[in-house]
Design a protein around this ligand. Sequence first.
Ligand SMILES: [Mg+2]
Length: 218
Amino acid sequence: MEPLAVVFDLDYTLAVPRRDRQTLLDEATEAASVDRISRAEYLDAHGADLASETRAPIFEAILEEGDPAEVATHYRRAVEEALVPFPGVAELLADLGACYRLGLLTDGPTRAQYGKLETLGWGDLFDAVVVTGDLPAGKPDPRTFATVLEELDASAAEAVFVGDHPIADVQGAADAGFYVVQVIDGDTEQSPAADATVATDRLADDLRDLLLTQSRLP
Ligand SMILES: [Mg+2]
């Protein structure tokens, strides 16, 4: 395979919040003076709503009282401020960009995900950015992968997908026909659908090996 394009997931693939998500949630609910929300409750509601502009509908589904939009704004700011890239990622993306068309395909509310990109300063590193908040559904819906491929003017057979989630990223991209690299850390469930895996603590070096020397690609 001679890949033309590399498409990345964002959260837990290229960057992670440096503080745990429950702490960030607690700060947001406290700042908005509403009841505490557990990370599990949040994830359930988030999974049911991957196609919104903000997180307000997620909080609306959980909260019995209070202003969901206010919680969403506090939470967005807390997450943006806490987000850090894995080491070497910005340099890796710049180098890959010289050889490939680069795409980002990320699940989540539109404003939240573009806010993260802005915080990271990576807006110019990608040739195409697709946030599923702008689409009818999130990953692994095949339309999400088709949209980013169309924007990159590449076919799945010409593209590599790099992501962490076993279903949304790995199974979804494999079903869409990508060569799939799964990013794993100690807690990640490894997917049999992945063609290759890289560990988060060696992400930049291993992706550089894999994608710039291509020695491990078929
Ligand atoms: Mg992810």
